[in-house]
Structure formats: C-alpha cells, structure tokens
Write a protein that binds this ligand. Structure first.
Ligand code: PMP
Ligand code: GLU
Length: 398
C-alpha cells in the first residue's frame, strides 16, 4: 500500500512555487539568478499597516484564537469595502477571512463540489485552480481564450461548455497569468448566458483589482441579475504588498460563507490574529500607497512590453492589469542548444534558468503550453537585465 494517498499523488505541486524554489536553490549556490517566477510584489508592506500590527501586539488583546470566520470588526470593514469599492451587496455574515486567497479558494471548492461536479475554468487560468478543484473531487473544464482576444474566453465559448454537471465558473480579472481584464460588456454577456443556467455559481477572483490599468474594475457580484450566486474572492497580498501576511477573504451567499467557515473551523481555526489587524488597517485607510505601487507596475509594463517585442519569435499582447506578461514562445520549440532540443515551454524555462539565470514559469501550469509567464514585479534594472539575458539565450538556439 502506498503511504501517500491517491488524492495527493494526483495533485501537481504548485509550479509557481516550485520554480521560485529552484531559483532560490541556484541563488544559494552563488548563481546570480533573476527571479521573475513568483507573482509577488517587490515592495514592502506600507508602514501604516505594519504599525497597526505592532500596535495590535502591544495591546495584548489579540493573542487568543480569533473567531473562525474572522474578527467581527474586520468582517464589517470588508463588507463595507465590497459595498464601497465594488458595489457588491455584502454584510458581515457573507464574509469569511482566511489564510490567503488560496485558502479562500480551497474552502469554496470543498464547500460546493460533489464528486464529478464540473467547474468551468477560464483558461489560461491561475495555476492552483485546477488542482484545488480536483482535490475537492470536482472536474475542471478548461475554456480557452485566444491570444488574439487578449486570452479572454467569450460568452459563446462558455455557453458551449455548460452541461447539467456544471456547478461553477471561475475566472480571475485582472487575470493571472495573462494580465487580461474583463470589460463591463464582456462580463455582462457572460452573465446573460448564466441567467439561462441558474444552478451555476460564479467564483470571481479579484485579487489584482488594484493593479488595473483600464481605470475600471468590474465585479460580476455587482450585477443585480447575478445576486445570490457570485462568490467574490480577494485578499491583501497583491494590492498591499502583503503576500507573507497570508490574508484572503470572500463575499459569498450566506450558506456558502457558513460552509467555508465550517471547513476552516476544522482545518485552521481561522486566520492569524495579528495579520487580521493589519488587514483592517489596509482596508480602512487611504489607498495612496497602493496607487503608487500600481503606477510603478504601469511604467514597468511599458518597459517590458517594449523589450519583449524586440525579441524575434516572441509574441506578446499588452496586459491590462496584474503584473504578468504571458508571451507565446512556441517558435522556439524544436530548436536546440548543444544537442539538447527544447520541446516545450517547460524545457524552455529550464533552459532559460540554467543558461540565462532567469526564472520564469512554464505556461503548461496555466493551461497554455505555448507560453511562459514572466512576473514584472521586479526592479527596472532587473527587468532590463533579465530580458537582455533571455534574448541572448534565445539567440543561441538553432
Ligand atoms: N488568486 C490569484 C489569481 C493569485 O495570483 C494568487 C496568488 N497570490 C492567489 C489567488 C492566492 O493569493 P494569496 O497569496 O492571498 O493566497
Ligand atoms: N500567486 C502567485 C503566483 O502566481 C504566488 C504563488 C502562488 O501562490 O502559487 O506566482
């Protein structure tokens, strides 16, 4: 009998985390690796948020288990945030605070899926969706957007993928890995299709809402016709440079929020108390630091777009949000370096790691084996140097 369960054996390791680990290992051996693999802001958490955490420690009031779904005042503040910024009707009873948006997603899938239930995953998709669905015994059904349509799946494609087994649809906007942003009209068209299928829930992952260069973030949860069936996932990791604090949260119909809280009560007892206090400060204070970070990403985006466009055989679009490029690199497949043929995006990433000392993530992890993902949450100098190295390494392939 195998020690490890079939469920775990069937699950892939997170490719983003695995690649970041490989880069760290090389770095620890003294290799000058530029890591553009992990989607992680290179900024520090704004000072006023850190101060709130220090003050919370000093009061001595936050050392005990917090309530499972989160502190009451934080849930209230999150409800107000959803109402104020996203137009999503929310009360504290709809909110569950978790250990990162990743746990929010895991809670949701465990709460809503029965074996064999299908979840339509708009693809390219964020790496963990498919495996979290599978662990909850659901079946991911990928609906793929084309590069020509900025990687966005259309309402018609979604309609064709819906079956009696479809339990939910999940997407991220702004999207990890493509940076695409759904417009109001695109989401409306999807909502129109879903109106014909009232059993289908929507999971809208809006963790990159503040890194949106279109000037308009649209939430499906705000549409009156979608009330009662949208779960909006968010967190402080990206917009507030708080990846390590591990706080995510949802607005969900009350029955689903209760189920997520039930799971959490068994799995983690709730999210870290001090990080919750820091999150309260993040969500109730001025967003100026967040806006400044977004501006920095915007100028890096222009730089990276220019530099990547100069590499022959690399196709890029202009991402509208988040901090990723998702270039199409298949013209290099079949080429070789010193007798080793690059057959796919995973080979290409390993080649670039070993030859250019730049870490990217294979598109295979996101449902697009013809692409690689580059995170531009890095300094302009590192970005320039990294893309220069990538270009030189690609020139060596023949
Ligand atoms: N959703 C998306 C689209 C992400 O890129 C990430 C990665 N941070 C998450 C969810 C998980 O976020 P967290 O760090 O809060 O778990
Ligand atoms: N979400 C980030 C990424 O896509 C962090 C890594 C992870 O959580 O898997 O790189």
């Amino acid at each position: 009998m195998k020690i490890i369960s079939e469920r775990l054996l069937a699950m892939e390791e997170s490719a983003t985390i695995a690649m970041a680990q490989k880069a760290r290992e090389l770095k620890s051996k003294g290799v000058d690796v530029i890591s553009l693999s992990l989607g992680e802001p290179d900024f520090k958490t704004p000072e006023h948020i850190c101060r709130a955490a220090k003050e919370a420690i000093d009061t001595g009031n936050y050392f005990a288990y917090p309530p499972v779904p989160g502190y009451a005042d934080l849930r209230e503040a999150i409800a107000q945030k959803f109402e104020r910024e996203n137009n999503i009707p929310t009360t504290a009873a709809n909110v569950v605070v978790s250990t990162g948006a990743k746990q929010s997603l895991a809670n949701i899938f465990m709460s809503i899926l029965n074996p064999g239930d299908e979840v339509i995953v708009l693809s390219p998709y964020w790496v963990s969706y498919a495996d979290l669905i599978k662990v909850a015994e659901g079946k991911p059904v990928l609906v793929k957007g084309s590069l020509e349509n900025d990687f966005k799946a259309t309402a018609t494609q979604i309609e064709q993928a819906i079956t009696p087994q479809t339990k939910a649809l999940i997407y991220s906007s702004p999207c990890n890995p493509t940076g695409s942003v759904f417009t109001h009209d695109e989401l409306k068209a999807i909502a129109q299709v879903l109106q014909k299928h009232p059993q289908v829930l929507v999971i809208a992952d809006e963790i990159y809402e503040h890194i949106n260069f279109t000037g308009a973030h649209v939430s499906m949860g705000a549409f009156p016709e979608m009330q009662g069936r949208v779960i909006t996932v968010n967190g402080v990791a990206k917009g507030f440079a708080m990846t390590g604090w591990r706080i995510g949260y949802i607005s969900a119909p009350e029955t689903i929020a209760k189920a997520c809280s039930k799971i959490q009560g068994q799995f983690t007892s709730g999210a870290n108390s001090i990080a919750q206090r820091a999150t309260l400060a993040a969500l109730t204070s001025d967003l100026e630091p967040t806006r400044q970070m977004a501006e920095a990403y915007r100028s890096r985006r222009a730089l990276v777009h220019k530099l990547l466009s100069e590499i022959p055989g690399v196709k890029v679009n202009m991402p509208q949000g988040a901090f990723y490029f998702f270039p199409e690199v298949s013209s290099y497949f079949g080429k070789a370096f010193q007798g080793n043929t690059i057959t796919n995006a995973t080979d290409l990433c390993m080649y670039l790691l070993n030859e250019a000392h730049v870490s990217l993530v294979t598109g295979e992890a996101f449902g697009s084996p013809e692409c690689v993902r580059l995170s531009y949450a890095a300094s302009e100098n590192d970005l320039k140097e990294a893309i220069h190295r990538i270009k030189s390494a690609l020139e060596k392939l023949n």
